[in-house]
Design a protein around this ligand. Sequence first.
Ligand SMILES: Cc1cc2nc3c(=O)[nH]c(=O)nc-3n(C[C@H](O)[C@H](O)[C@H](O)COP(=O)(O)O)c2cc1C
Length: 431
Amino acid sequence: MASLSFPHVRGSNSFSPIKTLPTSLTTQRLRTRVGFLRVVADADANAKHPLGEPDLSVTVNGLHLPNPFVIGSGPPGTNYTVMKRAFDEGWGAVIAKTVSLDAAKVINVTPRYARLRAGANGSAKGQIIGWENIELISDRPLETMLKEFKQLKEEYPDRILIASIMEEYDKAAWEELIDRVEQTGIDAIEINFSCPHGMPERKMGAAVGQDCALLEEVGGWINAKATVPVWAKMTPNITDITQPARVALSSGCEGVSAINTIMSVMGISLKTLRPEPCVEGYSTPGGYSSKAVHPIALGKVMAIAKMMKSEFNDEQYSLSGIGGVETGGDAAEFILLGANTVQVCTGVMMHGYGLVKKLCDELKDFMKMHNFLSIGEFRGASLEYFTTHMDLVRRQQEAIQLRKAVKKGLQSDKDWTGDGFVNESESMVSN
Ligand SMILES: Cc1cc2nc3c(=O)[nH]c(=O)nc-3n(C[C@H](O)[C@H](O)[C@H](O)COP(=O)(O)O)c2cc1C
Protein backbone atom coordinates (compact mmCIF):
# COMPACT_ATOMS: atom_id res chain seq x y z
CA MET A 1 0.00 0.00 0.00
CA ALA A 2 1.22 3.49 -0.80
CA SER A 3 2.65 5.25 2.19
CA LEU A 4 0.69 8.34 3.14
CA SER A 5 1.99 11.31 5.03
CA PHE A 6 -0.03 14.08 6.63
CA PRO A 7 2.25 16.91 7.67
CA HIS A 8 -0.78 19.00 8.62
CA VAL A 9 -2.06 16.75 11.36
CA ARG A 10 0.51 17.65 13.95
CA GLY A 11 1.52 20.95 15.45
CA SER A 12 0.09 23.27 12.83
CA ASN A 13 -3.31 24.81 12.39
CA SER A 14 -2.84 25.68 8.75
CA PHE A 15 -2.99 22.76 6.36
CA SER A 16 -3.71 22.16 2.72
CA PRO A 17 -6.87 20.14 2.24
CA ILE A 18 -6.43 16.80 0.51
CA LYS A 19 -8.34 17.03 -2.76
CA THR A 20 -7.75 13.53 -4.06
CA LEU A 21 -7.00 10.12 -2.64
CA PRO A 22 -3.77 8.39 -3.64
CA THR A 23 -4.71 6.59 -6.88
CA SER A 24 -3.10 3.30 -5.90
CA LEU A 25 -5.24 3.15 -2.76
CA THR A 26 -8.56 3.89 -4.47
CA THR A 27 -7.90 1.41 -7.26
CA GLN A 28 -6.83 -1.25 -4.82
CA ARG A 29 -10.03 -0.78 -2.81
CA LEU A 30 -12.22 -0.76 -5.90
CA ARG A 31 -10.69 -4.04 -6.95
CA THR A 32 -10.66 -5.80 -3.60
CA ARG A 33 -13.82 -4.78 -1.78
CA VAL A 34 -16.85 -6.11 -3.55
CA GLY A 35 -19.26 -4.33 -1.23
CA PHE A 36 -17.57 -1.03 -1.84
CA LEU A 37 -17.95 -1.44 -5.59
CA ARG A 38 -21.66 -2.12 -5.25
CA VAL A 39 -22.25 1.39 -3.97
CA VAL A 40 -21.97 2.62 -7.54
CA ALA A 41 -24.43 0.04 -8.84
CA ASP A 42 -26.82 0.85 -6.02
CA ALA A 43 -26.81 4.55 -6.67
CA ASP A 44 -30.55 4.39 -7.33
CA ALA A 45 -31.26 2.99 -3.87
CA ASN A 46 -32.64 6.30 -2.69
CA ALA A 47 -34.93 6.73 -5.71
CA LYS A 48 -38.54 7.79 -5.02
CA HIS A 49 -40.88 5.15 -3.70
CA PRO A 50 -43.40 4.26 -6.42
CA LEU A 51 -46.36 4.52 -4.03
CA GLY A 52 -45.40 7.91 -2.66
CA GLU A 53 -44.85 6.60 0.90
CA PRO A 54 -41.48 7.76 2.34
CA ASP A 55 -38.82 5.12 1.78
CA LEU A 56 -36.46 4.77 4.74
CA SER A 57 -34.08 2.31 3.10
CA VAL A 58 -30.46 3.31 2.57
CA THR A 59 -27.49 1.78 0.78
CA VAL A 60 -24.08 2.56 2.25
CA ASN A 61 -20.77 1.16 1.04
CA GLY A 62 -22.78 -1.42 -0.88
CA LEU A 63 -24.74 -2.54 2.18
CA HIS A 64 -28.54 -2.33 1.95
CA LEU A 65 -30.38 -1.36 5.16
CA PRO A 66 -34.19 -1.31 5.47
CA ASN A 67 -33.88 1.88 7.51
CA PRO A 68 -30.96 4.07 8.69
CA PHE A 69 -31.27 3.05 12.36
CA VAL A 70 -28.28 1.05 13.57
CA ILE A 71 -27.67 -0.43 17.01
CA GLY A 72 -24.51 1.34 18.25
CA SER A 73 -21.76 -0.78 19.76
CA GLY A 74 -22.38 -1.36 23.47
CA PRO A 75 -24.70 -3.34 25.74
CA PRO A 76 -27.47 -3.58 23.06
CA GLY A 77 -25.10 -5.73 20.95
CA THR A 78 -23.45 -7.88 23.59
CA ASN A 79 -24.71 -11.36 22.69
CA TYR A 80 -26.76 -13.50 20.30
CA THR A 81 -30.03 -13.07 22.18
CA VAL A 82 -30.04 -9.28 22.17
CA MET A 83 -28.74 -8.92 18.61
CA LYS A 84 -31.42 -11.34 17.37
CA ARG A 85 -33.97 -9.23 19.20
CA ALA A 86 -32.69 -6.12 17.42
CA PHE A 87 -33.12 -7.77 14.01
CA ASP A 88 -36.59 -9.03 14.95
CA GLU A 89 -37.69 -5.57 16.05
CA GLY A 90 -36.56 -4.12 12.71
CA TRP A 91 -33.28 -2.28 13.31
CA GLY A 92 -31.57 -1.41 10.02
CA ALA A 93 -28.27 -2.94 11.16
CA VAL A 94 -26.53 -4.08 14.32
CA ILE A 95 -23.01 -3.19 15.45
CA ALA A 96 -21.91 -5.71 18.05
CA LYS A 97 -20.14 -4.83 21.27
CA THR A 98 -16.41 -4.24 20.60
CA VAL A 99 -14.33 -7.42 20.67
CA SER A 100 -10.57 -8.01 20.99
CA LEU A 101 -8.43 -11.15 20.77
CA ASP A 102 -8.00 -11.75 24.48
CA ALA A 103 -11.13 -11.12 26.54
CA ALA A 104 -9.34 -12.37 29.66
CA LYS A 105 -7.56 -9.00 29.81
CA VAL A 106 -10.94 -7.22 30.00
CA ILE A 107 -12.22 -7.03 33.57
CA ASN A 108 -15.32 -5.00 34.25
CA VAL A 109 -16.53 -3.51 37.54
CA THR A 110 -20.00 -2.87 38.95
CA PRO A 111 -21.63 -0.41 39.29
CA ARG A 112 -20.34 0.92 36.02
CA TYR A 113 -23.05 3.44 35.04
CA ALA A 114 -24.20 6.77 36.53
CA ARG A 115 -27.02 8.95 35.23
CA LEU A 116 -27.72 12.66 35.09
CA ARG A 117 -31.32 13.78 35.53
CA ALA A 118 -32.80 17.11 34.55
CA GLY A 119 -34.25 19.20 37.36
CA ALA A 120 -33.04 20.75 40.53
CA ASN A 121 -30.05 19.04 42.12
CA GLY A 122 -30.37 15.95 39.94
CA SER A 123 -33.93 15.39 41.18
CA ALA A 124 -34.69 11.65 41.33
CA LYS A 125 -37.82 12.18 39.26
CA GLY A 126 -36.22 14.29 36.54
CA GLN A 127 -35.86 13.02 33.00
CA ILE A 128 -32.59 11.18 32.29
CA ILE A 129 -30.51 13.40 30.04
CA GLY A 130 -26.97 12.11 30.58
CA TRP A 131 -25.39 8.70 31.09
CA GLU A 132 -21.83 7.95 32.13
CA ASN A 133 -20.27 4.51 31.79
CA ILE A 134 -16.94 3.05 32.81
CA GLU A 135 -17.68 -0.18 30.96
CA LEU A 136 -14.87 -1.74 28.94
CA ILE A 137 -15.14 -3.59 25.64
CA SER A 138 -16.65 -7.09 25.55
CA ASP A 139 -15.46 -9.34 28.35
CA ARG A 140 -16.89 -12.45 26.62
CA PRO A 141 -14.43 -14.90 25.00
CA LEU A 142 -13.81 -14.01 21.34
CA GLU A 143 -14.61 -17.58 20.28
CA THR A 144 -18.08 -17.25 21.80
CA MET A 145 -18.76 -13.90 20.11
CA LEU A 146 -17.55 -15.23 16.74
CA LYS A 147 -19.80 -18.29 17.01
CA GLU A 148 -22.74 -16.00 17.68
CA PHE A 149 -21.91 -13.68 14.74
CA LYS A 150 -21.84 -16.75 12.47
CA GLN A 151 -25.15 -18.03 13.79
CA LEU A 152 -26.80 -14.62 13.35
CA LYS A 153 -25.55 -14.32 9.76
CA GLU A 154 -26.87 -17.83 9.01
CA GLU A 155 -30.27 -16.98 10.44
CA TYR A 156 -30.44 -13.42 9.07
CA PRO A 157 -28.43 -13.55 5.81
CA ASP A 158 -30.07 -10.39 4.43
CA ARG A 159 -29.56 -8.29 7.54
CA ILE A 160 -26.47 -6.20 8.20
CA LEU A 161 -24.22 -7.29 11.06
CA ILE A 162 -21.15 -5.19 11.76
CA ALA A 163 -18.30 -6.32 14.02
CA SER A 164 -16.71 -3.67 16.21
CA ILE A 165 -13.06 -4.43 16.90
CA MET A 166 -10.15 -3.04 18.91
CA GLU A 167 -6.62 -4.29 19.46
CA GLU A 168 -3.32 -3.29 20.93
CA TYR A 169 -0.54 -1.60 18.91
CA ASP A 170 0.42 -4.83 17.18
CA LYS A 171 0.02 -5.40 13.42
CA ALA A 172 -0.19 -9.19 13.67
CA ALA A 173 -2.90 -8.96 16.35
CA TRP A 174 -5.04 -6.62 14.18
CA GLU A 175 -4.60 -8.91 11.19
CA GLU A 176 -5.59 -11.99 13.15
CA LEU A 177 -8.64 -10.27 14.61
CA ILE A 178 -9.81 -8.99 11.20
CA ASP A 179 -9.33 -12.41 9.68
CA ARG A 180 -11.28 -14.14 12.40
CA VAL A 181 -14.26 -11.75 12.44
CA GLU A 182 -14.46 -11.78 8.64
CA GLN A 183 -14.66 -15.59 8.64
CA THR A 184 -18.00 -15.37 10.45
CA GLY A 185 -19.63 -13.67 7.46
CA ILE A 186 -20.13 -10.23 9.02
CA ASP A 187 -20.89 -7.48 6.51
CA ALA A 188 -18.56 -4.72 7.68
CA ILE A 189 -16.18 -3.77 10.46
CA GLU A 190 -16.26 -0.71 12.71
CA ILE A 191 -12.93 0.12 14.32
CA ASN A 192 -13.22 1.40 17.85
CA PHE A 193 -10.58 4.15 17.77
CA SER A 194 -12.49 6.00 20.42
CA CYS A 195 -13.30 4.34 23.76
CA PRO A 196 -12.14 7.05 26.20
CA HIS A 197 -11.75 5.02 29.39
CA GLY A 198 -9.90 1.91 30.53
CA MET A 199 -8.66 0.87 27.11
CA PRO A 200 -6.35 3.89 26.43
CA GLU A 201 -4.32 2.71 29.44
CA ARG A 202 -3.36 -0.20 27.13
CA LYS A 203 -2.72 2.15 24.15
CA MET A 204 -6.07 1.11 22.67
CA GLY A 205 -9.25 2.94 21.62
CA ALA A 206 -9.05 6.72 21.99
CA ALA A 207 -5.28 6.47 22.49
CA VAL A 208 -5.10 5.67 18.75
CA GLY A 209 -7.96 7.95 17.67
CA GLN A 210 -6.31 10.95 19.34
CA ASP A 211 -2.93 10.42 17.71
CA CYS A 212 -3.07 10.96 13.94
CA ALA A 213 0.35 9.44 13.26
CA LEU A 214 -0.59 6.26 15.15
CA LEU A 215 -4.00 6.24 13.49
CA GLU A 216 -2.44 6.49 10.04
CA GLU A 217 -0.17 3.52 10.77
CA VAL A 218 -2.82 1.31 12.37
CA GLY A 219 -5.41 2.36 9.76
CA GLY A 220 -2.96 1.28 7.07
CA TRP A 221 -2.56 -2.19 8.63
CA ILE A 222 -6.30 -2.60 8.97
CA ASN A 223 -7.20 -1.50 5.46
CA ALA A 224 -4.49 -3.60 3.86
CA LYS A 225 -6.05 -6.63 5.51
CA ALA A 226 -9.82 -6.06 5.51
CA THR A 227 -11.93 -7.23 2.60
CA VAL A 228 -15.24 -5.83 3.87
CA PRO A 229 -16.07 -2.12 4.29
CA VAL A 230 -14.38 -0.50 7.30
CA TRP A 231 -15.85 2.35 9.37
CA ALA A 232 -13.61 4.26 11.78
CA LYS A 233 -15.36 5.30 14.98
CA MET A 234 -14.06 8.67 16.11
CA THR A 235 -13.55 10.13 19.56
CA PRO A 236 -14.93 13.60 20.35
CA ASN A 237 -12.20 13.97 22.99
CA ILE A 238 -9.95 15.90 20.63
CA THR A 239 -9.79 19.55 19.57
CA ASP A 240 -10.43 19.02 15.85
CA ILE A 241 -12.24 15.78 15.00
CA THR A 242 -11.81 16.36 11.26
CA GLN A 243 -8.10 15.61 11.53
CA PRO A 244 -8.39 11.94 12.62
CA ALA A 245 -11.47 11.51 10.37
CA ARG A 246 -9.44 12.68 7.38
CA VAL A 247 -6.56 10.35 8.29
CA ALA A 248 -8.94 7.39 8.71
CA LEU A 249 -10.51 7.93 5.28
CA SER A 250 -7.17 8.55 3.63
CA SER A 251 -5.80 5.34 5.12
CA GLY A 252 -8.53 3.46 3.26
CA CYS A 253 -11.59 3.36 5.55
CA GLU A 254 -14.89 3.55 3.66
CA GLY A 255 -16.76 5.30 6.43
CA VAL A 256 -16.55 7.32 9.61
CA SER A 257 -18.79 7.01 12.68
CA ALA A 258 -19.05 9.81 15.25
CA ILE A 259 -19.21 10.16 18.14
CA ASN A 260 -18.10 7.76 20.84
CA THR A 261 -18.62 8.92 24.41
CA ILE A 262 -17.26 12.13 25.91
CA MET A 263 -14.75 11.89 28.75
CA SER A 264 -16.58 12.90 31.92
CA VAL A 265 -17.04 12.79 35.66
CA MET A 266 -20.74 12.33 36.37
CA GLY A 267 -20.75 13.88 39.80
CA ILE A 268 -19.68 13.80 43.41
CA SER A 269 -21.97 12.63 46.17
CA LEU A 270 -22.43 15.59 48.53
CA LYS A 271 -23.12 13.09 51.34
CA THR A 272 -20.12 10.79 51.00
CA LEU A 273 -17.83 13.15 49.01
CA ARG A 274 -17.12 10.18 46.71
CA PRO A 275 -17.38 10.35 42.89
CA GLU A 276 -20.01 8.46 40.83
CA PRO A 277 -20.13 5.72 39.68
CA CYS A 278 -18.60 4.63 42.96
CA VAL A 279 -16.72 1.32 43.08
CA GLU A 280 -15.46 0.47 46.57
CA GLY A 281 -15.33 4.19 47.36
CA TYR A 282 -13.37 5.14 44.22
CA SER A 283 -14.13 5.99 40.61
CA THR A 284 -12.43 6.76 37.32
CA PRO A 285 -13.48 9.20 34.58
CA GLY A 286 -15.88 7.59 32.11
CA GLY A 287 -17.73 8.11 28.85
CA TYR A 288 -20.74 10.43 28.64
CA SER A 289 -23.68 9.66 26.34
CA SER A 290 -27.46 10.19 25.92
CA LYS A 291 -29.52 13.31 25.16
CA ALA A 292 -27.03 15.76 26.70
CA VAL A 293 -24.34 14.86 24.15
CA HIS A 294 -26.61 15.26 21.11
CA PRO A 295 -25.68 18.90 20.34
CA ILE A 296 -21.99 18.09 20.73
CA ALA A 297 -22.38 15.10 18.41
CA LEU A 298 -24.21 17.26 15.84
CA GLY A 299 -21.32 19.73 15.92
CA LYS A 300 -18.74 17.00 15.33
CA VAL A 301 -20.77 15.33 12.58
CA MET A 302 -21.28 18.70 10.86
CA ALA A 303 -17.52 19.34 10.89
CA ILE A 304 -16.72 15.87 9.52
CA ALA A 305 -19.46 16.09 6.87
CA LYS A 306 -18.13 19.44 5.62
CA MET A 307 -14.62 18.05 5.44
CA MET A 308 -15.82 14.91 3.62
CA LYS A 309 -17.86 16.96 1.16
CA SER A 310 -14.96 19.21 0.25
CA GLU A 311 -12.13 16.67 0.30
CA PHE A 312 -13.58 13.25 -0.50
CA ASN A 313 -16.10 11.83 -2.94
CA ASP A 314 -19.32 12.06 -0.95
CA GLU A 315 -20.92 9.13 -2.79
CA GLN A 316 -18.17 6.62 -2.05
CA TYR A 317 -17.74 7.27 1.66
CA SER A 318 -20.27 7.02 4.43
CA LEU A 319 -20.91 8.84 7.67
CA SER A 320 -22.74 7.41 10.68
CA GLY A 321 -24.11 9.90 13.23
CA ILE A 322 -24.17 8.84 16.89
CA GLY A 323 -25.12 10.57 20.12
CA GLY A 324 -28.27 11.07 22.11
CA VAL A 325 -30.78 9.81 19.55
CA GLU A 326 -34.20 9.06 21.06
CA THR A 327 -36.57 10.47 18.42
CA GLY A 328 -36.97 10.43 14.66
CA GLY A 329 -36.29 14.17 14.78
CA ASP A 330 -32.90 13.59 16.44
CA ALA A 331 -32.05 11.22 13.59
CA ALA A 332 -33.32 13.64 10.93
CA GLU A 333 -30.90 16.24 12.28
CA PHE A 334 -27.90 13.92 11.77
CA ILE A 335 -29.12 13.08 8.24
CA LEU A 336 -29.69 16.77 7.41
CA LEU A 337 -26.03 17.27 8.30
CA GLY A 338 -24.90 14.51 5.93
CA ALA A 339 -25.10 11.25 7.92
CA ASN A 340 -26.09 8.15 5.92
CA THR A 341 -26.99 6.14 9.00
CA VAL A 342 -27.76 6.92 12.65
CA GLN A 343 -26.65 4.80 15.59
CA VAL A 344 -28.41 4.43 18.91
CA CYS A 345 -26.92 2.92 22.08
CA THR A 346 -28.07 4.56 25.33
CA GLY A 347 -31.54 5.19 23.86
CA VAL A 348 -31.98 1.42 23.52
CA MET A 349 -30.73 0.88 27.09
CA MET A 350 -33.41 3.29 28.31
CA HIS A 351 -36.36 2.49 26.01
CA GLY A 352 -35.75 -1.05 24.70
CA TYR A 353 -35.43 -2.49 21.20
CA GLY A 354 -39.02 -1.50 20.25
CA LEU A 355 -37.75 2.10 20.07
CA VAL A 356 -36.94 1.52 16.39
CA LYS A 357 -40.64 1.55 15.45
CA LYS A 358 -41.12 4.99 17.01
CA LEU A 359 -37.92 6.22 15.35
CA CYS A 360 -39.10 5.04 11.92
CA ASP A 361 -42.60 6.50 12.36
CA GLU A 362 -41.27 9.87 13.52
CA LEU A 363 -38.70 10.03 10.71
CA LYS A 364 -41.46 9.26 8.20
CA ASP A 365 -43.65 12.00 9.73
CA PHE A 366 -40.81 14.47 9.29
CA MET A 367 -40.34 13.35 5.67
CA LYS A 368 -44.08 13.64 4.93
CA MET A 369 -44.11 17.16 6.37
CA HIS A 370 -41.54 18.17 3.75
CA ASN A 371 -42.67 15.83 0.95
CA PHE A 372 -39.39 13.95 1.06
CA LEU A 373 -39.78 10.46 -0.38
CA SER A 374 -36.29 9.15 0.29
CA ILE A 375 -33.45 9.70 2.75
CA GLY A 376 -31.26 10.80 -0.15
CA GLU A 377 -33.60 13.72 -0.83
CA PHE A 378 -32.65 15.53 2.35
CA ARG A 379 -29.32 14.05 3.36
CA GLY A 380 -26.90 16.94 3.92
CA ALA A 381 -29.55 19.58 3.12
CA SER A 382 -28.71 21.75 6.15
CA LEU A 383 -24.96 21.63 5.72
CA GLU A 384 -24.84 24.67 3.42
CA TYR A 385 -26.32 26.87 6.17
CA PHE A 386 -23.15 26.67 8.24
CA THR A 387 -20.65 29.38 7.51
CA THR A 388 -18.00 31.45 9.26
CA HIS A 389 -18.76 34.11 11.83
CA MET A 390 -17.26 36.69 9.50
CA ASP A 391 -19.74 35.65 6.81
CA LEU A 392 -22.63 35.94 9.31
CA VAL A 393 -21.54 39.53 10.03
CA ARG A 394 -21.39 40.32 6.30
CA ARG A 395 -24.84 38.79 5.71
CA GLN A 396 -26.32 40.70 8.62
CA GLN A 397 -24.83 44.02 7.49
CA GLU A 398 -26.24 43.47 4.00
CA ALA A 399 -29.66 42.64 5.45
CA ILE A 400 -29.62 45.77 7.65
CA GLN A 401 -28.71 47.91 4.65
CA LEU A 402 -31.61 46.39 2.76
CA ARG A 403 -34.05 47.03 5.60
CA LYS A 404 -32.79 50.59 5.93
CA ALA A 405 -33.28 51.17 2.23
CA VAL A 406 -36.88 50.00 2.59
CA LYS A 407 -37.47 52.31 5.55
CA LYS A 408 -36.78 55.50 3.69
CA GLY A 409 -37.03 58.67 5.77
CA LEU A 410 -35.15 57.24 8.72
CA GLN A 411 -31.69 57.80 7.38
CA SER A 412 -31.49 61.47 8.26
CA ASP A 413 -33.54 64.10 10.20
CA LYS A 414 -34.18 65.93 7.00
CA ASP A 415 -36.31 62.96 5.85
CA TRP A 416 -39.12 63.30 8.47
CA THR A 417 -42.44 64.09 6.83
CA GLY A 418 -45.68 65.52 8.17
CA ASP A 419 -47.98 62.87 6.66
CA GLY A 420 -45.88 59.85 7.52
CA PHE A 421 -44.68 61.18 10.89
CA VAL A 422 -46.40 58.58 13.08
CA ASN A 423 -45.29 55.70 10.87
CA GLU A 424 -41.77 57.08 10.72
CA SER A 425 -41.67 57.32 14.53
CA GLU A 426 -43.02 53.79 14.80
CA SER A 427 -40.31 52.47 12.46
CA MET A 428 -37.63 53.50 14.95
CA VAL A 429 -39.18 51.87 18.01
CA SER A 430 -37.60 48.60 19.09
CA ASN A 431 -40.35 46.94 21.12
C1 LIG B 1 -22.65 1.39 28.48
C2 LIG B 1 -22.02 1.76 27.18
C3 LIG B 1 -21.08 0.89 26.60
C4 LIG B 1 -20.48 1.23 25.38
N1 LIG B 1 -19.59 0.35 24.81
C5 LIG B 1 -19.06 0.64 23.59
C6 LIG B 1 -18.21 -0.30 22.93
O1 LIG B 1 -17.96 -1.40 23.41
N2 LIG B 1 -17.69 0.07 21.74
C7 LIG B 1 -17.97 1.26 21.13
O2 LIG B 1 -17.48 1.54 20.03
N3 LIG B 1 -18.78 2.15 21.74
C8 LIG B 1 -19.33 1.87 22.93
N4 LIG B 1 -20.19 2.76 23.53
C9 LIG B 1 -20.46 4.07 22.88
C10 LIG B 1 -21.75 4.07 22.07
O3 LIG B 1 -21.72 3.15 21.00
C11 LIG B 1 -22.03 5.50 21.49
O4 LIG B 1 -20.98 5.86 20.65
C12 LIG B 1 -22.19 6.56 22.57
O5 LIG B 1 -22.76 6.03 23.74
C13 LIG B 1 -23.06 7.74 22.10
O6 LIG B 1 -24.31 7.33 21.62
P1 LIG B 1 -25.64 7.21 22.52
O7 LIG B 1 -25.90 8.56 23.14
O8 LIG B 1 -26.71 6.77 21.56
O9 LIG B 1 -25.35 6.16 23.54
C14 LIG B 1 -20.82 2.44 24.74
C15 LIG B 1 -21.76 3.29 25.33
C16 LIG B 1 -22.37 2.96 26.52
C17 LIG B 1 -23.40 3.88 27.11
